[in-house]
Ligand binder design. Sequence first.
Ligand code: 4NP
Length: 161
Amino acid sequence: MMISVCFVCLGNICRSPMAELIFTEMVKERGLASRFNISSFGTDDCEVGNPIYGAALRELKEHGITGAHRAQQLSLRDVINNDYILVMDTANLNDVLRLTGGRFCEKIHRLCSFTDRPRDVSDPWYTRNFEKAYEDIYEGCLCFLNKLLSDKRAALGGTRL
Ligand code: 4NP
């Protein structure tokens, strides 16, 4: 069974493409790459077509992660087509719920709501702290994946953590 996960932020040039690449690496390391369809989107169209922001790319590289992405705007179709819509912060959550008219809320979550300290991902666009954003995103991805694996172990064919 394929699990579709999309990460969502405002511009789709910093946080959500970082999350896409971090989560892709995480599932690859566990031999689960073929089980997942992973993507990312922005709620806004302001950066559509633009590559990952330089400082975000550098932060990823420091952690051994490389990759490329072009910003794309989230549509209702994308919400329908994904099993999990993981947003970075409360503003993103409100924007996505506005897009869906409040529907599909059961599959829309803040990424760091899966941690034992539920919070927004620190926004590096304003803090300029890309390391902090990386740490928040990494922790959120790890906690999400662990929860998913314990919930879906049967569907994933008994794969262990
Ligand atoms: P992102 O970062 O949502 O993490 O991709 C931002 C990108 C662009 C803007 C804000 C945040 N902006 O205001 O243009």
